[in-house]
Every structure is written in structure tokens, then in C-alpha cells.
Write a protein that binds this ligand. Structure first.
Ligand SMILES: Cc1ncc(C[n+]2csc(CCOP(=O)(O)OP(=O)(O)O)c2C)c(N)n1
Ligand SMILES: [Mg+2]
Length: 593
């Protein structure tokens, strides 16, 4: 039990009939209300930060939370508060809490809740709601909406608390649901009436629940470990694929031991970059398409065979060869197995336990992969890296993605503790491959959905939960989704530097309106926009950068000073491609000439 429980929360409502000096009577008559129970339940479970947006019925809750020592980070739109909560969950292994008002605020938070669930980030969306009796009879209450029913299909679990004495259990259930097994989003509905309900203070305190072991280890079965090792042993061209689940698991030392003891080349998915430094000699990132097509045994660690991995089949996986490949998959969720292709050796359990079991089973005589395979990879890797270095060294005018990212790459190398947030299309694809990461959980991006709008929410969460510098590399379109939160960044004086890759539009700025009309094409924005002025409007530092030198200087200063900064990096508007690297997923009306 933590210290908070031992100290009795101050009763908010005293019994008027209490006689001075009558301590026993005062104690039994002392009451506690719903507001206080919510706060005490969260604190008891080591929740220290709330991301939200106040209004009826939760305004007082936000004030009281702050008064009681919780950090309350107030946003300009709930989606970004929700994204911040999700990122905080990923970074801390504690559920991030997003607090919203009823109906419209709740709906604004839902995209983040669904995205958190898709990404397997633990978060809890706590929403105030209107009067059940009126909502259920559809009598038109203030912000009437059956929020619980709407949230249910978009998250792991959804609960509503109707009575003050159930607040403790409700919050405990939400926490356990968010963290246990495969983590995800949870919805907790707190109707307005609940907050003012009172109950006996001592009974109220007893009703609170400290969740014990919310994400229990799940050990893999010994025969499953043996099977996995047998498959791995038979491999001629093995590959380890690390997903963001591996980053979340904080099994950093075990994963490094597995990679280094087996000598198997590895490929990190974008948010697993940095689990081992991207400069690690076994990294096959620079020759991704070769290893995916050629590997005969692939060990998936917290990575799912979804669209990001072409579902484990087809051209990416070597076409005809795909049938002969064997997969070993480590995942906490048994039903992930065989979701897209057969899994020869499923290893169900938590990543730390599964990887440790494999490392233990390697024994002293584990044979490294055939040199034919590792040297073929090394050769290609060196060739590709040299090619990339050549491209990066160019200094075209105007700047392109490469020359701009080259300087960001250097600043990240010099500040490996910095957290990189990244969204956009070309801005995302180029940054992912050009900017090396050196430490685990330092890269946050669009994740499983490829969603735009996570930028400022994730940046705020990264800064608040770690206190480290944050560099948000943003397409100009991507930035627009959450741009107003630069005020939030300035208000809390967060060490965030936003770099807007300004190419005048979605993908590029050169599209034309085929009708010949006065409107610009749907993908084109105001040309030459000055996003830096937006940051200046709130007292932050704004920089207009048209050369890599200007960009590099401004970024270094921002990281050193920790001052909220926005660099408007002017990028050649012709440099990008439609949909970045996922052009093949884009249905087009007619083939472009
Ligand atoms: C919520 C959401 N809406 C729309 C999209 C479609 N989309 C994908 S990338 C993108 C923006 C790309 O433009 P930008 O951020 O400027 O990056 P660039 O390619 O220009 O570098 C959009 C709108 C999305 N992924 N998510
Ligand atoms: Mg753009």
C-alpha cells in the first residue's frame, strides 16, 4: 500500500450535527465524495499525470486533481489529450489517463482511444456523461449520448460507475484491463451525478483498490520454447523482426542478448528502432527488402504480420519463396498466431519471459548463422549505406527531404536521449530510414494505422513523462491536425522543437486543379506559409529555415535551450511522391501519364 492510503483524505463534507470534541462521532460521520474517491483511487495506483480538457461535469475534478498534486495537462482539443495519454502509456507502462467532458468531448477523444487500442498502448479515457435516466429515455439532456455503447467496439473494455462505493473497483478494472495481456484502450464512464455522491469516509477509503501485479508475467510453455529453438536451429537464413511490442516490453537487455548471442540479423519496425542502436552491425535495416524476401526463418518479437509487413506473404516476402518460410512468433495474445500466415512455432507469453527462455535455451554451443547469409547482408548494407551517404551529402536548393533530414540525423546522434516524434507521408518515410535511433523508446510515430494528428499530443506526453528534449518531425499537412497544441507546449514551457517540413501540401505542393477553376488542388496548401509565426504567437521561438545550415543551427539551439521552438523548414515542393512509400495502396482513378 502506498503512503496515500495511510493518510486519510480530508473529508469534504462535515456532518452539521457534529459536536465539538466528539472525535469518534466525527470520524464515523465524516463523508467523502465522488470527486475525492476518483482522485484517491488514481493516486493509490500511482497515476501522477492527467491529460484532458475541462468542462461540465469534470471542471472541478481537474481543479481538485491539481490541488491534490496530480499533474494536470490541459489541451486545446481532446484528441490530442487522448494521444498524449496513449503515448504516456507506451512510454511508462502505466495507463495514460485522458479526461474529457460528455458527448462532444468524449467523441473527440475516441479517435485516440481507438488508435491506442490498435497500437496496443495502455490508456484510459475517462469521460463525464449526462444523466442516465434522461439519456436512456432520450429526453434531450445536456450533451446527451449513450457513451458506453459507443465506446465499446473501439476499445478493449468499457465500464460505467453509478455509485460512489464502486469508484475504486471501477478504476481498478480499468487499469487492469488497459495493462494486462495485450495492452490497449479502456473507456470509463463517470456520470455527472457520481461526483457529488457522498459516502462514509472510512468506508470510502476501504472501497479503493490498489491493483496488484496489473500485467502479470506470462511464461511460455517449455515445449513451445523447445519447438521455437528447433525451428531457429534449422535456419540457413534467419532473421529477427522487432516490433513496437518489443519496445513497450522493456526487455531491452534480454532482446540484445538474444540478437547478439544468436548472431542473427535483425530488423526493427519503426518504433522498435533504438532497441539496439541503428548502427549495430547486425542491423539489416539498410537492406530490408533483401532480408524479407530471402529469410527462411523469421522470429517475430512483438511484431504483428499486418499490412506493415505485407501480411507475411506476397512479393515483399519473396513471392514463391513465401511458402517455404517458417515463422516463429512471440506474442502475448494467442489469437495473433496464424492471423495471416501459418506460424510454425507460436510462443505465447510476455516478451521478456519468452525472450529470456529462448536465450537460456541457446546453450553454449549455439551456431551463428551461415556466413554466406550474414556476409551477403553486410555487403548489401555497406553498398546501400554508401549510396545513402552520397545522397545525404548533396546540398540542393531548395532543400529536399534528404538534405534537411541529414542535419536532424546529426543532432539526434549528438543527443541520443532526445525523443523523436514523426508523422507525415514523405516526411515520415524519409525520416524513418534516415534518422538513426540509439536508445529504446525514443521514436514515436503514426503506428499501426498510419494516422495523422498524433504529433503534438505525443510530443507533449514525451516531454512531460521523460523531461527529455523532443524533436517532432512533421509534414506540413500532418502538423495541421494538432498545430493548435503549440499553445499547450508554450503554456507548460515544454522542451519541444517542432520541425515542419513545409512542401506546400499533402505529399507535394505541385498538384493542379484539373477543372481549371480558381480553387487549388485538394492536396495543395497556401504557398510559402510561415508556421514559425504560430509558435511566436504564444511566446515560443519561431525560425524560418531555408538551408540545412539554418535548420541545423536552430535545432541545436532548441535542444540546448529546451525552449518551445518551431522551425519552418522550407522543402522543395516537387520532392515528394504521392502517399510516400505506400503508393501501391492508393487506388487511382486513372493511370498517371
Ligand atoms: C487522420 C488521417 N487523415 C488523413 C490521412 C491521409 N494522409 C496520409 S499522409 C497525409 C499527409 C501527408 O502530407 P504531409 O504531412 O505534408 O507529408 P509530406 O508527404 O508532404 O511530407 C494524409 C492527409 C491519414 N493518414 N490520417
Ligand atoms: Mg507536406
Amino acid at each position: 500500500m502506498s503512503a496515500e492510503v495511510k493518510t486519510a483524505p480530508a473529508p469534504l463534507v462535515a456532518d452539521a450535527s457534529r459536536q465539538p470534541g466528539d472525535v469518534a462521532a466525527a470520524q464515523s460521520a465524516a463523508t467523502i465524495d465522488g470527486f475525492q474517491l476518483v482522485i484517491d483511487a488514481l493516486k493509490l495506483n500511482d497515476i501522477d499525470t492527467i491529460f484532458g480538457l475541462p468542462g461540465i461535469p469534470i471542471t472541478d475534478l481537474t481543479r481538485k486533481m491539481q490541488a491534490e498534486g496530480l499533474r494536470v495537462i490541459s489541451f486545446r482539443h481532446e484528441q490530442h489529450a487522448g494521444n498524449a495519454a496513449a503515448a504516456a502509456g507506451f512510454l511508462t507502462q502505466k495507463p495514460g489517463i485522458c479526461l474529457t467532458v460528455s458527448a462532444p468531448g468524449f467523441l473527440n477523444g475516441l479517435t485516440a482511444l481507438a488508435n491506442a487500442t490498435t497500437n496496443c498502448f495502455p490508456m484510459i479515457l475517462i469521460s463525464g456523461s449526462s444523466e442516465r435516466e434522461i439519456v436512456d429515455l432520450q429526453q434531450g439532456d445536456y450533451e446527451e449520448m449513450d457513451q458506453l455503447a459507443i465506446a465499446k467496439p473501439l476499445c478493449k473494455a468499457a465500464y460505467r460507475v453509478l455509485h460512489a462505493q464502486d469508484i475504486g473497483i471501477g478504476i481498478a478494472r480499468a487499469i487492469r484491463s488497459a495493462l494486462s495481456g495485450r495492452p490497449g484502450g479502456v473507456y470509463l464512464d463517470l456520470p455527472a451525478k457520481l461526483f457529488a455522491q457522498t459516502m462514509d469516509a472510512a468506508e470510502g477509503r476501504r472501497s479503493l483498490v490498489k491493483v496488484v501485479d496489473p500485467a502479470p508475467r506470462q511464461l511460455p510453455a517449455p515445449d513451445a520454447v523447445r519447438r521455437a529453438l528447433d525451428v531457429l536451429k534449422g535456419a540457413k537464413r534467419p532473421l529477427i523482426l522487432l516490433g513496437k511490442g518489443a519496445a513497450y516490453a522493456r526487455a531491452d537487455a534480454e532482446i540484445r542478448a538474444l540478437v547478439e548471442k544468436t548472431g542473427i540479423p535483425y530488423l526493427p519496425m519503426s518504433m522498435a528502432k533504438g532497441l539496439l542502436p541503428d548502427t549495430h552491425p547486425q542491423s539489416a535495416s539498410a537492406t530490408r527488402s533483401y532480408v524479407l524476401a530471402e529469410a527462411d526463418v523469421v522470429l517475430l518479437v512483438g511484431a504483428r504480420l499486418n499490412w506493415l509487413l505485407s501480411h507475411g506473404k506476397g512479393k515483399t516476402w519473396g513471392g514463391a519463396n513465401a511458402n517455404e518460410r517458417q515463422f516463429i512468433q512471440i506474442d502475448i495474445s494467442p489469437t495473433e498466431m496464424d492471423s495471416n500466415v501459418p506460424i510454425a512455432a507460436p510462443l505465447v507469453g510476455d516478451i521478456g519471459s519468452c525472450v529470456s527462455a529462448l536465450v537460456e535455451g541457446l546453450g553454449a554451443k549455439w551456431a551463428k548463422p551461415p556466413a554466406e547469409w550474414t556476409s551477403a547482408i553486410a555487403e548489401r548494407r555497406e553498398k546501400n549505406l554508401a549510396k545513402m551517404a552520397e545522397t545525404l551529402a548533396k546540398n540542393p536548393s531548395p532543400m529536399n527531404f534528404h538534405s534537411a533530414l541529414n542535419v536532424i540525423r546529426d543532432v539526434v546522434k549528438a543527443n541520443p536521449e532526445a525523443i523523436v516524434v514523426n508523422e507525415g507521408a514523405n516526411t515520415l518515410d524519409f525520416a524513418r530510414s534516415i534518422v538513426d535511433m540509439y536508445e529504446p523508446r525514443k521514436r514515436l510515430d503514426v503506428g499501426t494505422w498510419g494516422i495523422m494528428g498524433i504529433g503534438m499530443g505525443y510530443a507533449v506526453a514525451a516531454a512531460v513523462t521523460t523531461g527529455k528534449p523532443v524533436i517532432a518531425i512533421e509534414g506540413d499537412s500532418a502538423f495541421g491536425f494538432s498545430g493548435m497544441e503549440v499553445e499547450t507546449i508554450c503554456r507548460y514551457n515544454l522542451p519541444v522543437c517542432v520541425v515542419v517540413f513545409n512542401n506546400n501540401g499533402v505529399y507535394r505542393g505541385t498538384d493542379v486543379n484539373a477543372s481549371g477553376g480558381a480553387d487549388v488542388a485538394p492536396t495543395v496548401f497556401v504557398k510559402g506559409a510561415r508556421y514559425d509565426k504560430l509558435m511566436e504567437a504564444f511566446g515560443g521561438v519561431g525560425v524560418h529555415a531555408t538551408t540545412p545550415a539554418e535548420l541545423g543551427k536552430a535545432l541545436k539551439e532548441a535542444v540546448a535551450s529546451g525552449k518551445p521552438t518551431l522551425i519552418n523548414a522550407v522543402i522543395d515542393e516537387t520532392a515528394g511522391t504521392e502517399s510516400g512509400r505506400i503508393t501501391s495502396l492508393n487506388p487511382q482513378a486513372a493511370k498517371k501519364k
